[in-house]
Each structure stands twice: as C-alpha cells, then as structure tokens.
Design a protein around this ligand. Sequence first.
Ligand code: LLP
Length: 419
Amino acid sequence: MHHFQYKNNELYCETVRVADVARAVGTPLYLYSRRTLRRHFRAFDGAFDGVRHLTCFSVKSNPNLAVLNLFAREGGGMDIVSGGELYRALRAGVDPGKIVFSGVGKGAQDMADALAAGILMFNVESVQELRKLNDIAGAAGKTAPVALRVNPDVDPGTHPYISTGLRENKFGIDIREAMEHYAAAAGMDHLRVAGVSCHIGSQLTEVSPFVAALRKVKDLVRRLEERGIPVEYLDLGGGLGITYDRETPPHPKAYAEAIAGEMGGSGPTLILEPGRVIAGNAGILVTEVLYTKVSNDKTFVIVDAGMNDLMRPSLYNSYHAIEPVRKSRRGTVVADVVGPICESGDFFAKARELYAFEPGDLAAIMSAGAYGFSMASNYNSRPRACEVMVDGDRFEVIRERETREDLVRGERIPGFPAD
Ligand code: LLP
C-alpha cells in the first residue's frame, strides 16, 4: 500500500497535489512519500517481531540523508557497500553498531574508516579480502568482526543482472568451500568471526529461493558450531520484490513467517537487508511532456526526464507504470515514452497503451523510489533532478536540483604550453 492516489482525477502524494510540487520545484523531480517509507519499514521490520533480528536498510537503493535518517529513527541499521555509503549513514545519524558492510571490492581506506566507526560486521567475499582486513585491523590495533558472504547456489529466478546467488556469479564464496575459509579467518589475529551472510538476488517474487538459501546457510552454521566457531549473526541479505506491473510478490508477513519458521526460536540473530521492498513504491519520478511526435505510424511521447534520471528501463528493460498527474477524458494511445538523451536506449516505455499525453502535461513514472535517483548520472551534461519528500500536507526539498556549476565542479583546463 502506498500513498500515491487519485482524488478528483488529480494525483496526490499523501495530501499534497503532485502538480503543486512540480510547479514549485520544476521537473524532472523525484517525489517520496514519508508515510509510505515509514509504513513499509514498519511492516517489514514488524513482520519479524517474533525473532531476534536487525533490519538493515540497503543504502544503495535510496541513499538520501532524509530517507536514511527516517529509518535510523525507526531503529533500523544499514547495509552499506562503500565508504561513501558509510559516510552517508553516519551523517544521517545511523548507529554504527547497526551497520553491515557488504561488497565484493572493498578498498583499504573504506575498510579502515568502517573499522574506526565501529561497525557491526564486514561481510567478506574472498580470502584476499580477509587478509587485507586482518592487516588493516592489526595496524589500527583493532579486531574486525567478520562474516563470510557465501554463495549458496540457489536460482532466484530474477533478471540475470540482479541475480547474485548462483555459482556463476562473482559474488560470495562457494558454500562448499566456506569451511576452509572460515578456518582461515578464525586463525587470523585481528579478525573475529561474527556471522554468516548471503544475498541471492533482487526483485524476487517467490519465498522458496530464500528458504532454500536459508537451509543451506543454516547447515553451514551448524557445521561451524561443531568446529567450535560460534555464529552470532545470520545475514540473509535483501531481495524481496515489489509490484511494478502484475508481479505478485509475497507480503513481508508471508516472507517473514517462512523465514522465522526455518530459524526456530534460538540460534543466531537474523539480519535482513531490504531495499526495494521498502523504498520502491514510496517514490515516483515526475516529468513534463515536451513533445509528441508520430513517425512511421509510431507515436513518441518525449518527456524531460531521461535515462540519466532513471536508468532501470534502459538497463534491465524493466517496467514502470506511467500515469498522468491530471487525468482528463482524453482516452489512450499506444506509444513509446522517451527522454531527450542521444541514445536509442533512452526510453521509459515501448509500444505501451498509455494515457494520450499532450505537451505540457505532467507524467508520473511510478515505483521509482528504489534504484531511481541512486543510479542517476549526469550523462549528456544534465544536472541531476531534485528530490522532494512529502509528509502529510507538507513537502520539503531533500536534495536540490543540480546547477550547471555543479556539472563542471572540480574540472580544470590544464595550463600546458600552447601547441
Ligand atoms: N544486500 C546486498 C548485499 C545487495 O547486493 C542488495 C542489492 C541488497 C541487499 C538489497 O536488495 P533489494 O532488497 O533492494 O532487492 N539496480 C538494480 C538492483 C540491484 C540490486 C543490488 N543489490 C535494480 O534497479 O533493479
């Protein structure tokens, strides 16, 4: 359930008219509903009430400080994958003791910063990374808490670019080789084994792959404990899907029930790293229609947002509903919705039956709250959009639209001798 609804043919975010926000700040703009974010966080976190757990929001899905701060205040932790995300989480007021650091290529400085901050756990993905972390911790006079991210070889049945738990993926350590890696970690002076982690993919619409992965990880936990390596945390990653179109993902309650059922009453504390399921349907991208054009019997709706603002359709051919911000009785048309970028891949919809948009209309690209702004770029030298958060009948800019000055920040014309 989200708070983007029509009243009298006008799209509202909570009780704010989307058109009013667009008039105030311009387009394109990302618009988030704070109440939806909070509701989704509580629904997810609350679904695990019966088991000892920590919900670590996946920062990469929506890293805005206002969003992170909201979840920090709800008692959430964070799943980070870079020093930049660590910086954001700390700036947003997140308790460092609730931060887990994932990622296949952590740099030395990022590791040192996370150690200094006192994070909960490093999810390590290779023996070389274990050694590097051990050296860095030794130099800092600290002990680094580690989990190994294991690859359970489970097919999540999702888009190949966002599936991570298959043996052929670059992620994690083959679960069949995990014991020897754990033995190595346990033997390193400046590491402390704290947990086991896995993440099998994103936008999963079934519970069964999670359960299959959990069973394999639980078996590993049992074998580790038999070997005298106690496991405090079991991190199951993120990945629960949302409805973009007609998908019917399980409700967090059903997901939690299946997982809690497997976990039983005792055992390690469960860590979850949801991103999309919390933020995805809590945000939209609002764009203005610039032109419509018909060529070779095809209709194009050209909008002022581009693939630099929301790249999911270009990258994954993913579906986002596109709705009018103001509905009239105009009927529908089959059209491609495209942006201003000089690439044929710059599209939001292809051959889709849509409201018959006309120039000057506002369109809402739905389900853009996760992996929307966070994957935006400046391609074609387009300043990144602003981000706005609504709470009830109020709205606030939570990230200003970039300026042209921002576009060239840090660039220099060198003073080489003339040719
Ligand atoms: N934990 C780890 C270790 C991850 O790699 C990810 C996502 C998550 C948690 C959060 O997954 P979620 O709950 O959001 O599914 N850009 C793609 C999604 C990439 C996901 C990468 N990892 C998209 O737009 O669909």
